[in-house]
Write a protein that binds this ligand. Structure first.
Ligand SMILES: *Cc1c(COP(=O)(O)O)cnc(C)c1O
Length: 415
């Protein structure tokens, strides 16, 4: 990446960015929530749009000079509506977290009941974790995961919903490898008098490509990030029925945010334009193929995949059956020594504390963007098993590091 102004003016920051670029280029990125944007998205996010204040919405701004950013925001909205078939879209949330909080503050009063999946079982912080605003403001109930199948226990969801009558049911996850039955949750929400929020932060790209059922016909609100499988800039978005448009818009601004990040909204518009093309579906299909092969290979080597198999872009490896002594944290550290980046994760019926955890979360969106396919997944699975079966073998880590680098050089990043 040639950024000569930065290099000349602030060599320290420039040098750290170069190191990070090298790290990204020479390592295998298996963090399920990460991806690599196109150079076009990166250019939009790095543009002069960062200068512009545009509080409000297109044609209803509190600042002058907004005619061009209005056009950009409208383009992002129109493209998102086409992609998801949504009635109303708000592209201003700075992140997935802010998208969720904006829905909550539009629908809920402090003390209201919400029913969600806990962080420990694969949900997200913003789904009522005690240390998140969502857990401080609302009365939180959690539905469960079936320990056998690792799928959401829809019966427990229904039973709690009918008993507690929550105002909102949140469905969606960060570490969950099964197809989500949005239709069923919609029926439960209606039967119990709750609103339904589907948080598709992880699976948005699959939904757009028709490879995961869409929640849009069933949910009152759909939130997503734009930077995971959707492969856009870091940010959030809310979709809702037209009847909620005003409440959602005013909850985002002025309720939760001030000026929108117009450079990021431009990046979102570019990302949505890319996702509307036929190649995007091929990309998403390859993510799924790669995930399936990676999981199958790991299983062949004796590793335990939570729920038996993945149905989406990620998988959780439960280390306990194969490596009872090895925590998720330690396993992730060992893989990182060899240039394979993952994250430790709690697994259903977790027995360690969340800082250690017993699982590894692996995802294929980023490696698929680089052009890697199923034969590369086989190599990666082999390296992972070798590293985990010999956790103290430093020479092995060094030699696999070299193989990882060699593989990565065949699939260079385009920046
Ligand atoms: C990643 C994620 C978010 C939040 O994303 P941030 O942009 O990091 O705030 C919200 N919900 C789910 C399910 C996620 O996986």
């Amino acid at each position: 990446m040639e950024s000569s102004f930065l290099k000349q003016q602030d060599h320290d920051v420039w040098a750290w960015i170069q190191k990070e670029l090298y790290r990204q280029n020479e390592g295998i990125e298996l963090i399920a929530s990460e991806n690599f944007v196109s150079p076009a998205v990166l250019e939009a996010v790095g543009s002069i749009l960062t200068h512009k204040y545009a509080e409000g919405y297109p044609q209803k701004r509190y600042y002058g000079g907004c005619e061009y950013v209005d056009a950009i925001e409208n383009l992002a909205i129109e493209r998102a509506k086409r992609l998801f078939g949504a009635e109303h879209v708000n592209v201003q949330p700075h992140s997935g977290t802010q998208a969720n909080l904006a829905v909550y503050t539009a629908v809920l009063k402090p003390g209201d009941k919400i029913l969600t999946l806990s962080l420990e079982n694969g949900g997200h912080l913003t789904h009522g974790h005690a240390k998140n605003l969502s857990g401080m403001l609302y009365q939180v109930f959690h539905y469960d995961i079936d320990p056998q199948t690792a799928a959401i226990d829809y019966e427990s969801l229904e039973e709690i919903a009918l008993r507690e009558r929550p105002r909102l049911i949140t469905i969606g996850a960060s570490a969950y490898a099964k197809i989500i039955d949005f239709k069923r949750v919609g029926e439960i929400a209606r039967a119990s008098g709750a609103w339904m929020l589907a948080d598709i932060a992880h699976i948005a790209g699959l939904v757009v490509a028709g490879l995961h059922p869409s929640p849009v016909p069933y949910a009152d609100f759909v939130t997503t990030t734009t930077h995971k499988t959707l492969r856009g800039p870091r940010g959030g978005m809310i979709m809702c029925r037209a009847s909620w448009a005003k409440a959602i818009d005013s909850s985002v601004f002025p309720g939760n945010q001030g000026g929108p990040l117009m450079h990021v909204i431009a990046g979102k518009a570019v990302c949505f334009g890319e996702a509307l093309r036929p190649e995007f579906k091929i990309y998403q299909e390859q993510i799924l193929k790669n995930a399936r092969v990676l999981a199958e290979e790991l299983q062949k080597y004796g590793l335990s995949i939570v729920g038996g198999m993945t149905e989406n872009h990620l998988m959780l490896v439960d280390l306990r059956p194969t490596f009872p002594e090895l925590s998720g944290r330690e396993a992730a550290r060992i893989l990182e020594q060899a240039g394979i980046t993952t994250n430790h994760n709690t697994v259903p019926r977790e027995t360690r504390n969340p800082f250690q955890a017993s699982g590894l979360r692996l995802g294929t969106p980023a490696v698929t963007t680089r052009g890697m396919g199923t034969s590369e997944m086989r190599s990666i699975a082999l390296w992972i098993q070798k590293l985990l079966f010999s956790p103290n073998d430093n020479a092995l880590q060094v030699s696999i590091r070299a193989e990882v680098q060699e593989l990565c050089q065949k699939f260079p990043l385009k920046y």
